[in-house]
Design a binder for this molecule. Sequence first.
Ligand code: BJW
Length: 233
Amino acid sequence: MADMRNIVILTGAGISAESGIDTFRDAGGLWEQHKVEDVATPEAFERDPDLVLRFYDMRREAIQAKQPNAAHEALAKLDAAWDGELLIVTQNVDDLHERAGASRVLHMHGTHLNAWCTACDMRTKWTGPMLDRPACPECGERALRPDVVWFGEMPYEMDRIYASLRKADLFVSIGTSGAVYPAAGFVQEAREMRVRTLELNLEASMGSRWFHESRHGPATQLVPQWVDEMLGG
Ligand code: BJW
């Protein structure tokens, strides 16, 4: 890895699992407890906004009580020390990368800690509930929704992600099942651009066969080990 300078890191729910945040598709994960089409689509929000807002209020509250783990901390250490370009593209809506100290973070599926006003389009920091239909601090309308990307909606900052992938020497995927596009397709795009690819995941993911190298185990072990390799420690 000595000749690597520009790095794109994709993270998914698996990196936050050891902080106590449920993943989506593992046994006992969120999609076993809730039907995805009932809570994570624009149609669900139109049909039953109370159900959707309650689901996100519950998760927003839970996330704020969780702490970053050794994997988030290792990536923050890499971010601080790495001279080359580095971008942590996270699918996660928690803020554990930032709370560990990482700054080069892009939330492609949005964040629990923002409210998005569908009346005036403003995004506002939000830590409390939305079920009681609070007014938008900007325009006063009661039209807030969680600032997260649901199925059928366009993930955020795709142009910036693809631009970083085009310049990358290394693409690393951490704790994601490879079930959800467009993130699941990044490894193939990276391969087409002759970028080196590495997967760090608890077990083989749906996309494992696309990676040059796949390492299996818990993120709190694999990520600090890999970061030490990158920093020559
Ligand atoms: C560990 C671990 C440990 C566990 N250590 N590892 C056919 C029909 C209809 C739609 C489509 C279709 N085909 C494709 C689509 C598009 C659709 C899609 O992909 N659907 C699939 C289900 C097929 N995608 C979209 O609609 C997206 N938008 C879109 O495509 O727009 C058009 C477009 C076109 C071209 C370019 C760009 C755009 C939007 C997707 C939005 C996803 N939203 C969610 C909810 C966000 C809000 C919320 O949190 O509620 O995002 S769904 C959910 O899945 C969440 C996650 O970010 C995402 C990915 O999940 P993730 O992170 O991979 O978690 P898991 O649980 O799946 O996996 C965890 C992994 O960790 C596992 O592998 C474990 O082994 C591992 N693990 N413990 C290390 N300790």
